[in-house]
Design a binder for this molecule. Structure first.
Ligand SMILES: Nc1nc2c(c(=O)[nH]1)N[C@H]1C(S)=C(S)[C@@H](COP(=O)(O)O)O[C@H]1N2
Ligand SMILES: [Mo]
Length: 484
């Protein structure tokens, strides 16, 4: 199912996938699994009916189905071995044999005309029941076998994560100034707890990587000294700690795919320098850094961006803990100011230096922009859409972000009134979002609250609403409330 699902994800046209992510958010994977189960059930019923008439064709159908499953398993970029195909093969063989027997039983019992001795019909029914129970038991067995194979592999990963002790960072994050955190009920916390951090990826089953056997390879065009690093190697280097607000390009205006965390890890630029890599501005031949994950995802990042002095991080820690599996354990990349799909490779295992002309990463092949700095955005967290506050002072509050440029001002408009400045919380860094609040004197009736931010380059968020594709949504967030 994982393999078939993965194949479905890869084969799904980008607009459909985009739509699925928007409609179902992170639960899109559950939806996909339900769809697969539904398709399989329909297939099974049709197949079963067919079996009553043409036993051989039906058996062939089962085998074909098994071969498809096995092929999907082996064709997945993350499939480690033939063991992945085993459940499909065993299942198909068992299904074929049982189908053949069952169909035989049922055909006989249907054929028995009224008036045949009762005993014969009973025996057929009993035979059918026994065979059907055997089939149910066999399929349950195959499922358990599949699970065991998967969990044997994830057990070592779980143990390796439990054993991680993150060393103290040689370059700690600046402490968050107290003025950067507002206390307004309904406002999302300044630092997003790991369990609440949004998750966006194409993995149906979260990769469980064993940190003790994990290796990272750094190689490619212009790499004078290719590197292979273990998790231990990374932990022995100087670790830096930085607060970065990560944003997904699929985040709609006002959407939830943005989070702020404290990341601990190795400075990517130092690794690149050690490997002899030069950015294009200093004559290096490679302008694109392609990260590959254990599940075959590829993300392309401008080399210039990760070597221009900003602290791009190969992260091992998130908010003081080893990375959660969902967020890329053992190692992921995080780069200030770029959308996740062009920078934040989770479960990373390979970094290759190449050019944008020579290689299109996963989402670029699906028509997303090759380069995608995060757009200036702002969001109203409270009041919620369709809230019914009482007349009087209502605290409007939210966040604004323009990573690597910084937020200069945030303004609020009530209905078609004038823009009024919101009170900005203190700036922590230009790479983190900034909270704001606005005490609104609410009068009875329906009102639309709209927010806009201006970044340090002087750019004010445009009113023009664009879709998320190809390089991130623009437009202003507004919330309709009815006071009374
Ligand atoms: N291996 C892998 N890494 C990935 C992705 C993915 O699908 N697979 N998605 C990227 C995208 S689109 C985003 S926005 C971020 C999200 O990181 P998070 O799930 O930790 O919030 O991860 C990036 N890294
Ligand atoms: Mo994303």
């Amino acid at each position: 199912m994982k393999a078939v699902g993965g194949w479905v994800v890869d084969a799904t046209p980008a607009p459909v996938k985009d739509w699925a992510v928007r409609q179902f958010g992170t639960s899109d994977k559950l939806v996909l699994q339900l769809c697969i189960v539904m398709v399989l059930s329909v297939f099974a019923v049709v197949h079963g009916l067919l079996a009553l008439r043409h036993r051989r064709t039906a058996v062939f159908g089962s085998l074909l189905f098994g071969v498809t499953g096995a092929a999907a398993a082996l064709g997945r970029p993350d499939s480690a071995s033939w063991a992945d195909a085993l459940p499909s093969v065993v299942g198909a063989l068992a299904a074929s044999a049982l189908l053949y027997l069952l169909a035989g039983r049922l055909a006989v019992s249907c054929d028995s005309a009224p008036g045949t001795p009762a005993g014969a019909g009973d025996w057929d029914r009993r035979g059918f029941l026994i065979a059907a129970s055997a089939a149910a038991a066999a399929s349950a067995g195959a499922t358990v076998l599949g699970r065991e194979l998967a969990s044997a592999r994830s057990g070592s990963a779980l143990r390796s994560r439990a054993a991680v002790r993150l060393p103290a960072s040689g370059s700690p994050a600046r402490p968050v100034p107290s003025g950067a955190v507002l206390k307004v009920p309904g406002l999302k916390p300044f630092i997003t707890p790991n369990k609440d951090f949004y998750r966006v990826d194409t993995a149906l089953v979260v990769p469980k990587v064993d940190a003790t056997t994990w290796r990272l390879r750094l190689h490619g065009n212009g790499v004078r000294r290719p590197l292979t690093l273990s998790f231990e190697d990374l932990l022995e280097r100087e670790l830096i700690e930085r607060d970065i607000t990560l944003t997904c390009v699929s985040n709609e205006v006002g959407g939830p795919y943005v989070g702020n965390a404290r990341w601990t890890g190795v400075r990517l630029a130092s690794l690149l320098q050690e490997a002899g890599v030069k950015p294009p501005s200093r004559g290096g031949p490679a302008d694109q850094l392609v990260s590959r994950s254990v599940d075959g995802m590829t993300l392309g990042t401008p080399v210039e961006d990760v070597m221009d002095g900003r602290d791009a991080i190969l992260a091992v820690g998130m908010n003081g803990r080893p990375l959660p599996f969902d967020h890329g354990f053992p190692v992921r990349m995080v780069v200030f100011g770029l959308y996740g799909y062009v920078s934040a490779c989770k479960w990373i295992e390979d970094i290759e230096l190449t050019t944008f002309a020579d290689y299109d990463a996963y989402w670029v092949r699906r028509n997303w922009a090759p380069k995608a700095p995060v757009k200036t955005q702002s969001r109203i967290d409270t009041p919620k859409p369709f809230a019914r506050p009482k007349p009087g002072t209502v605290m409007v509050a939210g966040v604004a972000w323009a990573q690597h440029r910084g937020i200069d001002s945030v303004e609020i408009r009530v209905d078609d009134g004038p823009w009024k400045p919101a009170a900005l919380a203190a700036e922590h860094t230009t790479d983190t979002w900034r909270q704001w609040s606005f005490p609104w004197n609410a009068t009875p009736g329906s009102h639309t609250l709209t927010v806009r931010a201006t970044d340090r380059t002087g750019e004010t968020q445009t009113e023009m609403r664009t879709r998320t594709a190809p390089d991130g949504a623009s437009g202003r967030h507004s919330v309709l409330v009815s006071v009374g």
